[in-house]
Design a protein around this ligand. Structure first.
Ligand SMILES: Cc1cc2nc3c(=O)[nH]c(=O)nc-3n(C[C@H](O)[C@H](O)[C@H](O)COP(=O)(O)O)c2cc1C
Length: 193
């Protein structure tokens, strides 16, 4: 399977990165093809709402999204990992998602959704928040849902940890790493039938 993962945190060795690494472990171990994008290191301009993709379903901005468009088209599984910032996804994640407006045009205006592929398309949203307020999860998941459905991922799971704030604090969490490993395993498991 082709597994695409986005680390949307700016913090190197931060909680999102640690959690995502643990999620990817079983996926690497079972030999799947993993493509990881660290969004904070990429040159991605925000959507300009220029209408350039309306008729073609292709974005006319030429930047690092080009690589991501191809990877999204080919992926069987997509993991979006983000810290909760101001009750939502990080800006790094949101900029990438807004640039998927071209997929929205392709799917809903041109009636050409991304094909399901051999394994179907499934998603996983990983969230880490420093506060203990659920609203950050709900807002982030609402945006993630719009993203996943636009790129023809009909179902996604959400795994979130709240009250995890300091850099690396996720390592102190009693179950997070194990839960992340198991979530990764489940994501690439092939359902019988
Ligand atoms: C700009 C900014 C905004 C934040 N807003 C929230 C928030 O709304 N809710 C929350 O639970 N935590 C918030 N936090 C805390 C982070 O979610 C928390 O520190 C998280 O562990 C960061 O993950 P990272 O180490 O992967 O960057 C915010 C942190 C920053 C830097």
């Amino acid at each position: 399977m082709k597994v695409l993962a986005f680390n949307s945190s700016p913090r190197i060795e931060g909680n999102t990165e640690i959690l995502l690494r643990e999620t990817l472990k079983p996926i690497y171990e079972s030999g799947h093809n993993v493509r990881l994008f660290k969004l904070n290191l990429m040159n991605i301009k925000p959507c300009q709402d220029c209408g350039g993709c309306d008729d073609s379903g292709k974005c006319i901005i030429n930047d690092d999204m080009n690589e991501i468009y191809d990877a999204i088209n080919e992926a069987d599984r997509i993991i979006l990992a983000s810290p909760i910032f101001f009750f939502g996804l990080s800006a790094q994640a949101k900029i990438m998602i807004d640039r998927c407006q071209s997929f929205w045009c392709e799917k809903y205006l041109l009636k050409k959704p991304i094909p399901e592929g051999r394994y179907g398309r499934k998603g996983l949203l990983l969230l880490v928040g420093g506060m203990k307020k659920e609203i950050g999860i709900h807002c982030a998941d609402a945006t993630a849902k719009a993203f996943f459905r636009t790129i023809s991922v009909q179902a996604h799971k959400v795994m979130s940890f709240l009250g995890v704030d300091a850099k690396g604090a996720i390592l102190e969490h009693p179950t997070a790493l194990k839960e992340a490993y198991e979530a990764g395993k489940r994501l690439v498991a092939i359902q019988p039938g």
